[in-house]
Design a protein around this ligand. Structure first.
Ligand code: SAM
Length: 280
């Protein structure tokens, strides 16, 4: 603890942070941070970033605790969890993405007793875990069907260094499976299926522990939707308590003149990290 900033309070049951470190992470906005290892995930259409995820895991868990991501994709949550000595559990419908995740773990020499990966539908796979098993859940679900949106500007980012903040251009969507959240016909169907999966997550999370959903607002049938509001309503119905949203700023994304010069149309340059607690 000596090289840490500030003092660690022995009464702290949430994390291993000092008071100063904890306080910094309570800010309602964070600036999204890239690192060189993020590039290994770029064959996945919409990965999130290791450092941002690592910050969340360090805030909501202690060393050795179990972290679940029911939509693991390219494995970012497990890379972030194992970087700081947490046990990572990931589920994904796509074999292709799980293979990408495994390659990432191999290249980082992550020992396979630090994580487990499950191929399949989270709705079913979650039944295999005991109730009150996980210490934290962090995930980014598919954003309804936006990867099928043909407005390529939304997905492209021609920034230098091969880094990008948006999802990748050229890959249309995750897959064709009907259980895929990204393949639900309407936005309501999407919310209903996500709700069924999050209900199972609720059961498997320990009492008093936290769950973070990372998602941005987006348009459905060309209409802007307050996705955050819908997610909060859905999670509260399940029993989660909403404890606040962290705005994750992505200030280096390109700007597109979507409505110009006729109407205002927003450029989404942040994600919402929407945080919840399962109350004792
Ligand atoms: C936004 S991506 C997650 C990206 C991940 N955070 C990363 O950094 O790579 C959402 C993932 O959910 C998966 N998915 C969609 N429906 C699913 C389901 N019912 N069960 C499990 N995985 C599902 C997709 O295959 C996709 O990889």
């Amino acid at each position: 603890m000596n090289n840490k900033e500030g003092k660690y309070d022995k009464r702290n049951k949430l994390n291993d942070l000092t008071g100063k470190e904890w306080l910094k992470l309570t800010k309602s906005f964070w600036i999204s941070e890239k690192c060189k290892d993020d590039k290994f995930a770029y064959k996945h259409p919409a990965p999130y970033l290791i450092k941002d995820t690592q910050k969340l895991i360090s805030l909501f868990t202690k060393s050795g605790m179990k972290v679940l991501d029911p939509f693991i994709g390219s494995g970012t949550t497990i890379v972030a969890a194992t970087n700081i000595n947490r046990y990572g559990v990931g589920i994904d419908l796509s074999e292709e993405y799980l293979n990408l995740a495994k390659d990432r773990f191999l290249s980082k020499e992550i020992s396979n007793d630090m994580y487990e990966l499950h191929l399949g539908d989270s709705l079913k796979i979650l039944d295999n875990f005991d109730s009150d098993y996980f210490d934290y859940i962090v995930t980014s679900p598919p954003y309804h069907n936006i990867l099928k949106n043909t407005a390529s500007g939304i997905r492209s980012d021609n920034s230098s260094k091969g880094y990008r903040n948006g999802s990748r251009q050229g890959i249309e969507f995750y897959g064709n499976k009907s259980e895929d959240l990204g393949n639900q016909e309407s936005f309501d169907d999407f919310i209903q299926l996500l709700s069924r999966i999050m209900k199972k997550c609720y059961k498997k999370l320990k009492n008093g522990k936290y769950c973070s959903i990372i998602i941005s607002d987006f348009t459905v049938n060309k209409k802007e939707v307050c996705v955050q509001g819908q997610i909060v309503e859905m999670m509260e119905k399940i029993g989660f308590e909403f404890v606040g949203t962290i705005i994750l700023l992505q200030d280096n994304k390109p700007l597109y003149p979507f409505g110009y010069p006729f109407a205002y149309k927003i450029n989404h340059h942040h994600q919402n990290i929407i945080n919840f607690r399962k109350n004792e």
